[in-house]
Structure formats: structure tokens, C-alpha cells
Design a protein around this ligand. Structure first.
Ligand SMILES: *[C@@H]1O[C@H](CO)[C@@H](O)[C@H](O)[C@H]1NC(C)=O
Ligand SMILES: *[C@@H]1O[C@H](CO)[C@@H](O)[C@H](O)[C@H]1NC(C)=O
Ligand SMILES: *[C@@H]1O[C@H](CO)[C@@H](O)[C@H](O)[C@H]1NC(C)=O
Ligand SMILES: *[C@@H]1O[C@H](CO)[C@@H](O)[C@H](O)[C@H]1NC(C)=O
Ligand SMILES: *[C@@H]1O[C@H](CO)[C@@H](O)[C@H](O)[C@H]1NC(C)=O
Ligand SMILES: *[C@@H]1O[C@H](CO)[C@@H](O)[C@H](O)[C@H]1NC(C)=O
Length: 463
């Protein structure tokens, strides 16, 4: 009944003016879009001729980046500057004008996207509907082929998962492997596989007396030589549908003798920064680093968080040196030299914010630790490609602060209103599960999130 009336309506006769209207509508729309495109090109090209007005639109050449970091400095031309991890630490040794600190004070409106920005930073997912639907599809159809190795292989300790639950700061790669071997994603039929897993553990290779840091690169090279001669899969794509996991920072150089693997394969690593030569954002995946926790703290919500911020760690980087210089005796920001006697979470449970300050490496388990204890993470690690960032909106459960803002850190954190802090804290409780490795793995935990990241990347590979 309803259907037939719709049908009738489409057969109606329309008056001539109405037809005329439909004749001019597309033309006027075309003219309007043309004008808008013209205006867009005009305004953006104007911006790019003026790097100061919008430095983020500039390509990251050393000049513009440096300009951004120390405007007003007169002696930057005498300083060698190249894009790498250490380069941006350089500016801490440079004289800074006090006017810069003033200019650079944070606007919390900008931070949370409340000023004309359309992002809703109270939402933890970029798009929850797309994620859930895609995830279901991934969970149903994703298939991985693991290169098989026998228990009597001389390197079985490196290639096979272990029976016990590993401990230590770089165990994410081991938890991933263990979960994958026990999952329904594994297939014995390489023809139905989307991706191929090379199960060597960079962490175990690093600590194996037969290999160590010296022979690591040769081992990986031999391994890939072996699989590319024994099986046809590597050669089909030059390794582009292959992946491996590594949490230890030595993974940065592990592929140096296997450039094809570095450039083509998907690397799941903890050392994910935009400025190391071995990591390719979008192709590679940022793996969350953890300190294994035996128990779940029961008192997260009721915990009395009287202290503003907490950090403990060695001073092994310029940004940490700056942190201690400014805040070592502060009553609000608790910055502790060296490790704590016991890392039982007491300090994290007392604090509103827990700092991740880049040390020697970009990555740390401090972020997942903060989440574990319900403490809002503050990320002071420029250019860290944060885990699951294409699924989760980090601004909804963390505060990302630029190195330059260490001197105004307290002001930034105190400027966060009670309401903002409440939703940051409640979002921390919601995202925690995504950063946990479970045995056995459970839906939406770090293992499944990592599988989803792989799923997103597999679709670009065509054999
Ligand atoms: C960096 O800047 C220096 C001096 O301006 C220049 O000689 C060098 O070629 C630049 N390097 C890159 C990678 O752009
Ligand atoms: C942002 O999302 C929250 C939760 O869904 C909602 O309550 C709030 O109204 C939204 N804010 C804006 C500005 O859209
Ligand atoms: C994912 O797959 C597993 C195994 O088939 C199943 O137990 C689980 O419920 C699935 N999860 C979702 C969200 O579909
Ligand atoms: C490669 O294969 C050779 C010959 O089977 C074997 O001796 C060697 O251990 C293998 N190397 C790796 C890294 O798998
Ligand atoms: C893969 O390519 C290498 C180098 O071109 C070649 O030596 C090897 O035989 C190929 N592997 C297979 C299984 O054909
Ligand atoms: C911090 O306090 C100690 C002990 O009171 C003092 O010696 C030190 O100079 C202070 N440091 C700073 C940076 O104020």
C-alpha cells in the first residue's frame, strides 16, 4: 500500500517553473563548488607562503621545525640540526627568551577542541559504529598463516610461544605471540591467509647468548632468506603481507640488513616515533608497552587523588632534565629522581595526572601503567605515534603536552576544569581494557586491538 503510493507520486506532472528550477539547480551548484574550491586554493596557498602563521602545514624540513621550536633565537643557524630523535632535544640547551614562554601558554580551549573545533573530545572512539562493525568482520574472517617451526628447532625458544606468562618491560611481543597461537585467526592453509607471521622474538634474540645485539641482524636476514626460498609467499609481495612483532628498542636496527622487510613488512613495535628511520607510520603498528600486573587495583574510582601529577624515573634525556629543573621541589607536581622502591601503584593512585616524559627512548610502560591505576596520562613525548591512535581519540583520555611547555606544566594541568577532569577520568576507565594483555585474550583487549590494526593494514595488500 505504502509502496504503491510512492510509485504514483513519481509519475505526477510537475509545473514548468519546477522543471526550470531543476535545470538551473545543478548549474548553480557547480558554480558554487567551483568558487569554493577557488577560495580554498587561494587561502591555503597564502598560508604556505607564510610558515610562521601555520607551521603545522609546512613539510617537516629541518628549517621550519626549528623555527617553530625556537622562534626569536638568533643563533640557530650555527647549530647542526637534523631530523632524528635527539635533534629536537637540542633546544633544551639553547637560551630561550622569556617572551616565548608567554606566547606559548596553552589555551585549554584549543587543547580540548572547544574553540570552534568540531571534534568532540569527550568521545573515546573516532567512530564507534565503524569500529564495532569492522571489528566484527575482522573477528569473523581474518586469517593468519604462521611459519611453522618444530619444538626441536635449535631456536625454538625464539620462535615458539612460551608456556609461562612472561614478565619484564618488553613482553608485549610475547603476549601477542602467545595469544595469536591460541586464537581462531590462525590458519594452516596459506591460501586463505591475509597475512603471514614471522614468529621470531626480537627480545629473546637480544638475550640469546648465541645471537645477542651483534648477530641479531644476520639472524633476521637468514630467517627471511630461508622462508623466501622454502615458501613462495615472500617473493609474491616482497614481504608486504608479512609481519613480525618487537617491543625491545633494539628493533630499531634489527632489520638493517633486511631492508626489504623494513620497508615492506608490517612491523608491530613499541618504539613508534615519526622520526626514526626504521618506523613507518600507517604501515607499521604501535604496540602498547606494559609492566605486567598481577592484580587489578580495586579502589580506582574511590581513590583520593590529592596530588596533581606524578613522575618517577631516571634523568636520561633533556626533557626529563627540564622537568626536574622546574618541578623537583614542587608540592603539586611530584617528580622523583630514579625509580621508586616499590612500584605498587600507590603514587599513581594518589595522583590526578601521571606523566610520561620521554627518556632515552620514546616508549614506556608508564602510559599503560597510568591507565591501569585510573590516572590520566600526560604525554610529554613529541612525535610519539601512540598505540591505536587511528581507533581511539587520545585527547579524550590523555593530555598531550609539547616539550616547550614543561615550564608551564603546572598551569596547564591546573587549568583543566573539574568537569574536564571528570570526563578524562571516566574515559580512562573506559579505555583501560584496550591496553591489557590477557591470557587467554579477551575481546577488545590489546591483542584484539592489535589484530584490528593489522586488519586495517592488510586491506591495502593485493597479491
Ligand atoms: C638542513 O638545514 C641545513 C642548513 O640550513 C641545510 O644545509 C641542510 O641541507 C638541511 N637538511 C635537510 C635534510 O633539509
Ligand atoms: C559530545 O559527546 C557527549 C557524549 O556523547 C555529549 O553528551 C555532548 O553533548 C557532545 N558535545 C558536543 C559539543 O557535541
Ligand atoms: C570474536 O570471535 C570469538 C571466537 O569466535 C568469539 O568468541 C567472540 O565472541 C567474537 N567477538 C565478537 C565481538 O564478535
Ligand atoms: C636457515 O636454514 C638453515 C638450513 O636449514 C639453518 O641451518 C639455519 O638455522 C636457518 N636460519 C634461520 C635464521 O632460520
Ligand atoms: C625468491 O626470490 C629469490 C631471489 O630472487 C630467489 O633466489 C628464490 O629462489 C625465490 N624463492 C622461490 C621460492 O622461488
Ligand atoms: C630543592 O630542594 C633542595 C633541598 O631543599 C635544594 O637543595 C635544591 O636547591 C632545590 N632545588 C631547586 C631547583 O629549587
Amino acid at each position: 500500500m505504502g509502496k504503491s503510493s510512492v510509485y504514483n507520486a513519481s509519475k505526477q506532472q510537475y509545473p514548468p517553473t519546477f522543471k526550470l528550477f531543476f535545470f538551473f539547480l545543478p548549474i548553480s551548484l557547480a558554480i558554487t563548488s567551483f568558487l569554493l574550491i577557488f577560495i580554498y586554493i587561494y587561502t591555503t596557498s597564502k598560508l604556505s607562503t607564510d610558515p610562521q602563521s601555520s607551521p603545522f602545514l609546512e613539510p617537516a624540513t629541518n628549517y621550519s621545525l626549528f623555527d617553530l621550536l625556537i622562534p626569536g633565537s638568533t643563533d640557530y643557524e650555527t647549530i647542526q640540526f637534523s631530523i632524528d630523535n635527539t635533534a629536537e632535544d637540542l633546544f633544551f640547551d639553547l637560551p630561550r627568551t622569556s617572551s616565548y614562554a608567554k606566547q606559548n601558554q596553552w589555551s585549554l580551549g584549543d587543547l580540548f577542541g572547544f574553540t570552534g573545533n568540531t571534534l568532540n573530545n569527550t568521545e573515546i572512539y573516532h567512530d564507534i559504529d565503524v569500529f564495532l562493525e569492522d571489528y566484527k568482520e575482522m573477528n569473523k574472517s581474518f586469517k593468519i598463516f604462521v611459519y611453522p617451526h618444530k619444538p626441536d628447532d635449535p631456536f625454538a625458544n625464539v620462535l615458539l610461544p612460551e608456556d609461562y606468562n612472561p614478565e619484564g618491560p618488553y613482553t608485549s611481543e610475547l603476549y601477542f605471540k602467545k595469544a595469536l597461537f591460541n586464537s581462531h585467526f590462525i590458519t594452516k592453509d596459506p591460501n586463505e591467509a591475509h597475512l603471514f607471521y614471522m614468529p621470531f622474538s626480537i627480545l629473546h634474540l637480544r638475550h640469546d647468548p648465541r645471537i645477542g645485539p651483534e648477530k641479531l641482524q644476520d639472524f633476521v636476514k637468514d630467517y627471511i632468506f630461508n622462508i623466501s626460498h622454502k615458501y613462495p609467499f615472500w617473493n609474491r609481495t616482497g614481504g608486504a603481507d608479512h609481519f613480525y612483532t618487537a617491543c625491545h628498542s633494539i628493533s630499531e636496527i634489527a632489520m638493517d640488513k633486511t631492508v626489504e622487510a623494513k620497508e615492506n613488512s608490517i612491523q608491530l613495535v613499541c618504539t613508534s616515533t615519526y622520526f626514526v628511520t626504521g618506523y613507518f607510520p600507517h604501515k607499521d603498528v604501535s604496540l602498547p608497552q606494559i609492566w605486567v600486573k598481577k592484580h587489578d587495583p580495586g579502589t580506582l574510582v574511590s581513590s583520593k587523588r590529592n596530588r596533581l601529577a606524578f613522575f618517577a624515573g631516571r634523568v636520561n634525556s633533556p626533557v626529563r632534565a627540564a622537568l626536574f629543573k622546574h618541578w623537583v621541589n614542587d608540592t603539586e607536581i611530584f617528580a622523583h629522581f630514579g625509580g621508586l622502591e616499590t612500584n605498587d601503584g600507590k603514587e599513581q593512585l594518589r595522583s590526578k595526572f601521571c606523566l610520561h616524559v620521554k627518556g632515552f627512548e620514546i616508549n614506556t610502560a608508564r602510559v599503560t601503567d597510568a591507565l591501569h591505576y585510573g590516572c590520566v596520562p600526560v604525554i610529554l613525548a613529541n612525535h610519539h605515534d601512540l598505540p591505536f591512535t587511528d581507533i581511539l581519540n587520545w585527547k579524550s583520555f590523555s593530555v598531550v603536552v609539547h616539550y616547550m611547555d614543561v615550564p608551564v606544566l603546572r598551569k596547564i594541568l591546573q587549568g583543566i576544569s573539574f568537569e574536564e577532569l571528570s570526563w578524562l577520568q571516566s574515559n580512562v576507565m573506559k579505555v583501560r581494557k584496550h591496553f591489557e594483555w590477557n591470557v587467554p585474550a579477551v575481546d577488545y583487549d590489546a591483542f584484539y586491538m592489535t589484530m584490528y590494526e593489522l586488519w586495517l593494514r592488510k586491506s591495502s595488500v593485493r597479491v
